[in-house]
Design a protein around this ligand. Structure first.
Ligand SMILES: NC(=O)C1=CN([C@@H]2O[C@H](COP(=O)(O)OP(=O)(O)OC[C@H]3O[C@@H](n4cnc5c(N)ncnc54)[C@H](O)[C@@H]3O)[C@@H](O)[C@H]2O)C=CC1
Ligand SMILES: CCCCCC(=O)/C=C/C=C\C/C=C\C/C=C\CCCC(=O)O
Length: 263
């Protein structure tokens, strides 16, 4: 897929991975709608992008992904502003085991609602679209320190795979994929390391492991994200990104009977 002239929407895009995804889309000629709950950071970033790419290439929309009204409104504003919607990245996420219900609402409900809104718009377009949901390696194997975060990321992968199959069967023209980075150097990672409430021995052990593995840079993950967005042959694929092994598609065993359309 050539990104020139394409329209994208990225949630949680004021910093970290979301910001890097926006930047790689802009570099490749797409227009991007930036959604984030952090309004000062979002506005500041929009001003930075205006300098490099021009004010018409982006729009910043204050949006909390846990609000049905705000998310719906942001999708419709994006379509109104740019005329279509080709690429959606449901990326906003937190790692707060104390406020675990909020973690579920942001990480899972936000991704599910964002996916449904994207599908609704994209399936009406002749050229379809692509949805990339940000999961994590914690969606493939458990993070002992963060059981609820782990649950949300497993949920994102299951949801994305099911929706991708349904999308193929219904011939909606929409591709769905999930991205599973290992540790990435962002504020989210720092917030977990600095969280004094987390259990001592597990925390020491996990920080040790993390130091040994070494965190990815956001740009390494953004390159993998770009690959997923542009490769039109990979509907339903789940991509894992690790510091040592790089980006690879995860192989799953599945029951092919469940993937067959009724005759
Ligand atoms: N940093 C890491 O090691 C990894 C992060 N991830 C995932 O990547 C995604 C992005 O995380 P990072 O860039 O690391 O974190 P970050 O904390 O640097 O950025 C997250 C962004 O999401 C926004 N956000 C938070 N709650 C929101 C809400 N309710 N509505 C709208 N925006 C909201 C924040 O304001 C922030 O701008 C998350 O889904 C995270 O789980 C996945 C694997 C590894
Ligand atoms: C290897 C899983 C990578 C998941 C990264 C992620 O989405 C967010 C991580 C945020 C903080 C992680 C902090 C400590 C975890 C370190 C090592 C995990 C060791 C495995 C275990 O048994 O817990």
């Amino acid at each position: 897929m050539d990104l020139n002239g394409k329209v994208a929407l990225v949630t949680g895009s004021a910093q970290g991975l979301g910001r890097a995804f926006v930047e790689i889309l802009l570099k490749n000629g797409a227009k991007v709608s930036l959604l984030d709950v952090n309004v000062p950071k979002g506005e500041e970033l929009k001003a930075v992008f205006d300098q490099t790419y021009g004010p018409e290439q982006t729009i910043f929309i204050p949006c909390d992904v846990t609000s049905e009204v705000q998310l719906k409104d942001a999708f419709h504003k994006t379509k109104e502003k740019f005329g279509k919607l080709d690429i959606v990245c449901n990326n906003a996420g937190i790692a707060n085991e104390q406020d675990w219900e909020k973690t579920i609402t942001v990480n899972l409900n936000g991704v599910i609602r964002g996916t449904y809104l994207a599908m609704e718009i994209m399936k009406q377009q002749k050229e379809g679209g692509v949805i990339v949901n940000t999961a994590s390696v914690a969606g493939l194997e458990p993070l002992t320190l963060m059981p609820v975060y782990t649950a949300t990321k497993h949920g994102i992968i299951g949801f994305t795979r099911a929706m991708a199959t349904a999308s193929t069967i219904c011939k909606s023209g929409v591709r769905l994929n999930a991205l599973c980075p290992a540790f990435v150097q962002t504020n989210l990672l720092d917030s977990v390391i600095d969280d004094d409430q987390l259990a001592g021995v597990v925390k020491t052990m996990t920080i040790d492991i993390m130091k040994r593995i070494g965190p990815l840079n956001v740009s390494e993950v953004a390159e993998a994200f770009l690959q997923l967005v542009t490769d039109e042959s990979k509907n339903g694929a789940i991509m894992k990104i690790e510091k040592q092994g790089g980006a690879n598609y995860v192989q799953f065993q599945f029951n092919t009977e469940l993937k067959t359309a009724p005759k």
